[in-house]
Design a protein around this ligand. Structure first.
Ligand SMILES: Cc1cc2nc3c(=O)[nH]c(=O)nc-3n(C[C@H](O)[C@H](O)[C@H](O)COP(=O)(O)OP(=O)(O)OC[C@H]3O[C@@H](n4cnc5c(N)ncnc54)[C@H](O)[C@@H]3O)c2cc1C
Length: 493
């Protein structure tokens, strides 16, 4: 263990990783530890490149730990004519079933059609047929057409007045933050060096490569790294990174979690609000409700769920399930995230394309943004193909579609992707093998108890004690970690 100037003890692998990043010329430095950066680090490392990845906060603490957690082709994009995106995402959904089976839970969606809605039954019927054609699901997951009675059986409590029937199609539920962590574990196993709490502050051309100024935010120390190529995968921050040529339009989306007894769904339901669609997604004994889509004009920062966002989601749910009568007191937990969309001033937030963009306007510098959690592997593959051209030396083919992530296929998905039992072993593993530095790294992202368990404060107390033993925290540090964690769920504003 190494004692840093702030007297926080760091696990030894972190300081060793920082030493490697400082030491010599990397082939690639990836900036951003969300799903896109993690995917790029994994792909490049599997092709034999020397890779460093720096993340300013915690891995998956940006958008990639705040999504709807769906691996999906995006049925609604069909209505916008974005067939290519649907096809790509549909294929990637199947790849993820193969390489991340422990984080891929097939989930049926009931999409009801009400009289007078912009989503009439004929349109839904045609939509799911095309969806099947583009996404090629296994036979057991082909779409079906339901009459109103069948729809009510699968989605009890659905508004009956004007209900014309429904369609039923399949996508999959995942755990977004775990997907990032497991992708990074795979990257690290292939030789990538990944460091959280390390921010890129500046970068300048240096001979044939780049010299990058980093800040270790755990100790406050400055360091430099040299790399032949740099990839900016900073998500919502990507247009603020030095040398970036990206222009983003950020939109905020929120999710609420309620107990499943308050909305006893057998399957997921697509809830419509005029042209917009929201989801009610069963997650073990809970239901995830969301999402909204509103412009976020400011810098990325820390988006919060505001009372207006919460009321907007609850109003849609209560319109679709009139007897549910959900109110603010039913909300067990919530999160808000920012979509890093490629700037397009035309149309409302929901109309902006979810396609990704890759730019390389200076030698050895690549910017990447947009896309979806579902399409991260595809984006990573395209970026690393570009890197390979730049780095030369005999191109190696992408292997990420065939190499399973750690945990797959040995670990079947826990029932409904429920978080693990609260246990010291889980916490020890998070600290020793998964780079957890703070209490909220475990509660929110590694284990996910924060969003699932109503007794999370009591759990946090126990976890802080276990982390204290593991990391050598004193009483003051433990109290500071609990304060920091409580700040995460200040009441909805
Ligand atoms: C509400 C919502 C719902 C969504 N639902 C889905 C869904 O169900 N399915 C789906 O496929 N997609 C979904 N998405 C989209 C998906 O979540 C995003 O496309 C994806 O997570 C973006 O990943 P990323 O790696 O680009 O960004 P991020 O996850 O934000 O990662 C970027 C990282 O870069 C770091 N960083 C920034 N600046 C620096 C710096 N200077 N130095 C070091 N690190 C830095 C940040 O801290 C951050 O962790 C959803 C998005 C939102 C907002």
């Amino acid at each position: 263990m190494i004692r840093h100037p702030d007297h926080h003890v760091q696990p030894p692998d972190r300081s060793a990783a920082l030493a490697v990043i400082r030491a010599g010329m990397l082939d690639v430095l990836v900036v951003g530890g969300g799903i896109v950066g993690a995917g790029i680090a994994r792909d490049a490392a599997l092709r034999g490149r020397s890779v460093g990845l720096v993340e300013q906060a915690d891995f998956a603490s940006g958008t990639s730990g705040r999504s709807s957690r769906l691996l999906h082709g995006g049925l609604r994009y069909l209505a916008q004519g974005r067939l290519r995106l649907v096809r790509q995402a549909g294929r990637e959904k199947q790849v993820l079933r193969r390489i991340a089976g422990h984080l891929h839970l097939p989930l049926a969606f009931v999409f009801p059609a009400w009289q007078g809605s912009p989503w009439p039954l004929w349109k839904l019927r045609a939509g799911v047929r095309l969806y099947d054609l583009l996404c090629g699901p296994p036979a057991a997951e082909s779409s079906t057409i339901l009459d109103a009675d069948d729809a009510l059986r699968l989605a009890p409590g659905l508004r009956t007045s004007g209900l014309r029937g429904a369609v039923r199609y399949f996508d999959a539920l995942t755990h977004d933050a775990r997907l990032v962590i497991d992708t990074l574990r795979s990257a690290a196993a292939a030789g990538a060096v990944v460091v959280n709490a390390c921010r890129l502050e500046w970068a300048e051309r240096d001979g044939d490569g780049w010299c990058c100024g980093l800040r270790d935010t755990a100790s406050g120390a400055a360091l430099t790294a040299k790399a032949r190529c740099v990839v900016n995968a900073a998500g919502p921050w990507a247009d603020r990174i030095p040398h970036s040529r990206l222009r983003l339009r950020l939109t905020k989306g929120v999710h609420l979690v309620v107990d499943r007894s308050r909305l006893p769904l057998a399957e997921a339901v697509v809830m419509t609000d005029g042209p917009r669609i929201l989801f009610a997604i069963p997650w073990a004994q809970r239901v995830i409700l969301g999402t909204t889509d509103t412009d976020w004009p400011g810098p990325p920062g820390e988006p919060r769920v505001e009372a207006g966002d919460r009321d907007e989601v609850l109003a849609v749910v209560n319109r679709c399930f009139p007897e549910a009568g959900l109110g603010p007191a039913d909300v067990l937990s919530c999160w808000a995230g920012l979509r890093p969309l490629i700037a397009d001033r035309r149309g409302g937030p929901s109309d902006i394309s979810r396609a990704h963009r890759i730019l390389s306007s200076e030698p050895g510098w690549i910017d990447v943004a947009g896309g979806k959690l579902t399409t991260y592997r595809l984006m990573a593959g395209q970026v690393v193909d570009l890197l390979e051209r730049r780095l030369g030396g005999g191109r190696v083919a992408c292997r990420t579609a065939d190499e399973p992530l750690p945990g797959c296929p040995d670990e079947p998905p826990r029932a409904g992707l429920e978080p693990p039992e609260v246990h010291e072993d889980v916490v020890r593993r998070a600290v020793r093998q998964e780079w957890a530095l703070h209490l909220d790294d475990v509660m929110l992202r590694r284990a996910g108890w924060h969003y699932y368990r109503p007794d999370r404060l009591e759990i946090a107390g126990r976890v802080a004690g276990w982390m204290a033993r593991e990391c050598g925290w004193d009483q003051i540090r433990q109290a500071a970690e609990l304060d920091r964690y409580r700040g995460v769920f200040s009441p909805i504003e």
